[in-house]
Design a protein around this ligand. Structure first.
Ligand SMILES: NC(=O)c1ccc[n+]([C@@H]2O[C@H](COP(=O)([O-])OP(=O)(O)OC[C@H]3O[C@@H](n4cnc5c(N)ncnc54)[C@H](O)[C@@H]3O)[C@@H](O)[C@H]2O)c1
Ligand SMILES: CC(C)[C@H](C(=O)O)[C@@H](O)C(=O)O
Ligand SMILES: [Mg+2]
Length: 352
């Protein structure tokens, strides 16, 4: 690793810029005075940028983003009711274009209930699992359309694409991560009782890859039952591997049971390192609280820890995690009245 880390920063829309400001504060603090210098290059992208310029993600911008070591991303997207912006244009043509073009096939979403954080569950137990969500396939690929039959009935399709190559690489990643964890257990979540084609491919792949990891146990849950157990018995989970859409839904639920979406971090990871990986909170642009300094920046700050780990700066990553853990352990209640920047400052103070 060179002495300088070169980061592309995409703050985005709504609370994105607010939480990214705090994440950058932490990133600068934890690396400053240490071995690393940090170079930050900001890219203005997202719904507001589209309204100003009509641009989603031009190819030259994508080419430029590819040159960095990693990407720190806030959130993009408009309020669901905002009619000025066609629904999905920013999500598909900007965010998913980035994830797909940079081959972010491992969407890593850790979920942990920190001491002192109140879960909405009455008996949450010890929650500490990771979701390894497939990031480049499934119903997200845009394979679909809308046509009308001769009698004018509209037909809309959204085909889920699952390649043996794509499923195998993410399943192997989940097993490798499980083999490095204490409980060494993988749960495949799918719906193979109905989605028999994709579901059986996922199930067969898990059986095949499991042979390479005899120390890792595994089981299976249909996604509907998985939502039950995430509510009634979340401590049973260690590593969940699942497809792109199920992973999206389960990780918002995972955020909610561990104290709120404002704490949930993620990494869109290209494990082959052919392109930069991207680190972002699980949450969106939260138009309902944007511009009010009400957003919790913790998810963005924990995403910095995932980024530092990916860049080989594990000591710095642990420092950020420990500071966050200390800070959130001391919270009296999650909905405290501190501003976004006060929470960022409190975490920085614990790094000092
Ligand atoms: N990765 C991304 O950029 C991303 C992710 C999810 C949604 N989106 C987009 O964001 C927009 C809004 O989506 P949504 O409302 O469905 O989901 P959202 O995650 O933005 O908000 C859901 C709820 O969680 C709250 N919330 C989110 N982040 C928070 C934080 N850090 N602190 C405190 N509360 C927080 C919001 O106030 C809201 O009540 C949409 O345009 C959507 O497409 C983008
Ligand atoms: C905005 C959307 C494309 C995105 C997803 O579905 O992956 C978001 O919900 C997320 O969880 O990062
Ligand atoms: Mg989501």
């Amino acid at each position: 690793m060179a002495n300088e880390i070169d980061i592309a920063v995409i703050p985005g829309d709504g609370i994105g810029p607010e939480v990214v400001t705090e994440a950058v504060k932490v990133l600068k603090f934890v690396t400053n005075g240490g071995k690393q210098d940090v170079k930050l290059t900001y890219y203005k992208l997202g719904a507001e940028h589209w309204l100003e310029t009509g641009e989603t993600l031009p190819d030259e911008t994508l080419a430029s983003i590819k040159q960095h070591d990693a990407i720190l991303f806030g959130a993009v997207g408009a309020a669901p009711g905002d009619t000025r912006i066609p629904s999905g244009i920013i999500e598909r043509e900007m965010l998913l274009k980035l994830r797909f073009s940079l081959d972010h096939y491992v969407n890593l979403r850790p979920s942990k209930l920190y001491p002192g954080i109140e879960s909405p569950l009455s008996n949450p137990g010890a929650i500490d699992f990771i979701v390894v969500r497939e990031g480049t396939e499934g119903p997200y690929v845009g394979n679909g359309g809308s046509v009308r039959t001769g009698t004018s009935h509209e037909i809309a399709t959204e085909v889920s694409v699952n390649t043996a190559y794509g499923v195998e690489r993410v399943v192997r990643d989940a097993f490798r991560r499980a083999s490095e964890r204490e409980r060494k257990h993988v749960t495949l979540v799918h719906k193979h009782n109905v989605l028999v084609h994709a579901g059986h491919l996922w199930k067969r792949t898990v059986e095949a890859v499991a042979v390479e990891f005899p120390e890792v146990t595994h089981d299976y849950l249909h996604v509907d039952a998985a939502t039950i157990f995430l509510t009634t018995d979340p401590s049973r989970f260690d590593v969940i591997v699942t497809d792109n859409l199920f992973g999206d839904i389960l990780t918002d639920q995972a955020g909610a049971i561990t104290g709120g979406i404002g704490l949930a971090a993620s990494g869109n990871i290209n494990m082959d390192r052919t392109y930069p990986s991207m680190f972002e909170p699980v949450h969106g642009s939260a138009p309902d609280i944007a511009g009010q300094q009400k957003a919790d920046p913790t998810a963005a700050i924990l995403s910095v820890a995932l980024m530092l780990d990916h860049l080989g700066l594990s000591e710095e990553a642990r420092s950020v995690e420990q500071a966050v853990e200390k800070e959130i352990t001391s919270r009296q209640e999650l909905t405290d009245n501190r501003t976004t920047s006060e929470i960022g400052d409190a975490i920085v103070a614990l790094l000092a």
